[in-house]
Write a new protein. Structure first.
Ligand SMILES: NC(=O)c1ccc[n+]([C@@H]2O[C@H](COP(=O)([O-])OP(=O)(O)OC[C@H]3O[C@@H](n4cnc5c(N)ncnc54)[C@H](OP(=O)(O)O)[C@@H]3O)[C@@H](O)[C@H]2O)c1
Length: 342
């Protein structure tokens, strides 16, 4: 019943933590059945301190438990309304077992009311009943939170007066979701590393694919940059080389987390993309049901094109620790989706 904790300052190194022990009144024990590992999880770890991602699942001093998205089943419960055998989708520790304190329990799920999670964004504290509505569970683990972000980014940029979207880390799943949704409405340019250029071209979501050293060749007269890379050199290249054509700049990710970053840039001031704000605006305009319907339809269109994805199952402590270390080192095949179980 292992939980893997990453070493702060040497994230690729993991330590196996023992079982959390007996549960108390109000708590439930969940067996984590499977979860995705993508660069997004590395970003959680990189920003464990400054964005409080280490607070979700407290770890011994000098370590952090990486949050992951996936499915878990209740195997013991002392929480009202939570029964053994129920399954939920949500935010779990990178481990085999999780002890949560379910509150606000209803047919629509529950919130983890553990004291250490108070004040953290509600989106991450909420657990939804397992449902086939998003399709295959491996696809849900890999894409459900990422595609929701892609959809919200697409909602944001769709209304902007720009003819071109420029996406860095174009081979990442979150960028691919944006590109697929936006293609045909705006000209979509992907910036990627030389090794992933072929993949980005063949997938067909981009109108133009360039390597990071070809920024000057970006087409388009009015451009919005959406940065998934967090790479200071790339960001600075985009702001400098595109000059007046760059109209806005959005910061979403930090895949190139080992590259130094910079905020001293010419042109538009980069805006930190904050999904809950965009979601609130959309829900206010469309209503909760209208929002869910539009998200579901967009997801359906994306999922219908996802035959390029190869799901790779990784099972057991050693194999998951190795997959995590490779992810931290940036050894990622963008065509592969890792679904892990401990
Ligand atoms: N703000 C939000 O709400 C939000 C929500 C979802 C995701 N995100 C962020 O979006 C980013 C993408 O996440 P994802 O899960 O979609 O990624 P993913 O599919 O796992 O992306 C893999 C790609 O990221 C780049 N990459 C990953 N690690 C790297 C490394 N160490 N060095 C250099 N390049 C590396 C490579 O792309 P290239 O070769 O094309 O650069 C690689 O093909 C993450 O930073 C994530 O946190 C943010």
């Amino acid at each position: 019943m292992t939980t893997l904790a990453a070493r702060v300052g040497a994230l690729a190194e993991t330590t196996a933590l023992p079982d959390p022990g007996p549960i108390a009144d109000g708590e439930a024990r969940f067996l984590v059945e499977h979860f995705a590992l993508t660069a997004n999880n590395v970003t959680y770890a990189v920003h464990g301190e400054d964005f409080a991602y280490w607070r979700f699942f407290p770890a011994p001093e000098g370590h952090g438990i990486v949050p992951v998205w996936g499915f878990a089943r209740v195997n013991e419960s002392k929480a009202d309304g939570i029964s053994v055998g129920q399954r939920f989708f949500g935010y779990w520790p990178m481990g085999a077992v999780a002890v949560l304190t379910p509150v606000q329990v209803s047919a629509h799920g529950f919130t983890d009311g553990a004291a250490h999670r108070s004040g953290l964004p509600p989106f991450y504290n909420r657990y939804n009943p397992a449902s086939p509505a998003w399709g295959d569970e491996a696809l849900q683990c890999l894409f459900r939170p990422l595609y929701a972000t892609s959809f919200l980014i697409d909602c944001l940029v769709a209304s902007r007066p720009v003819d071109t979207l420029l996406l860095s880390s174009a081979s990442s799943k979150t960028a691919l979701g944006v590109a697929q949704a936006a293609k045909g409405r705006q000209f979509v340019v992907g910036l990627t590393s030389p090794a992933n250029r072929d993949f980005c071209e063949k997938i067909g979501y981009y109108d133009q694919v360039l390597s990071y050293n070809e920024i000057a060749s970006v087409a388009g007269e009015t451009i919005a940059f959406v940065d998934f890379s967090g790479n200071g050199g790339v960001r600075s290249g985009v702001h400098t080389l595109l000059g007046e054509r760059l109209k806005e700049s959005h910061i979403v990710g930090d895949t190139h987390w080992e590259s130094p970053n910079t905020n001293e840039l010419p042109g538009p001031v980069p805006q930190l993309f904050f999904a809950p704000t965009v979601a609130q605006d959309r829900v206010a305009e469309w209503g909760p049901a209208g929002f869910e319907q539009r998200l579901g339809e967009a997801w359906g269109r994306f999922a219908a094109t996802s035959s390029w994805l190869r799901v790779e199952r990784v099972t057991g402590d050693a194999a998951v620790a190795k997959a995590w270390a490779e992810l931290v080192d940036g050894r990622i095949d963008p065509a592969v989706g890792i679904v892990a179980a401990l």
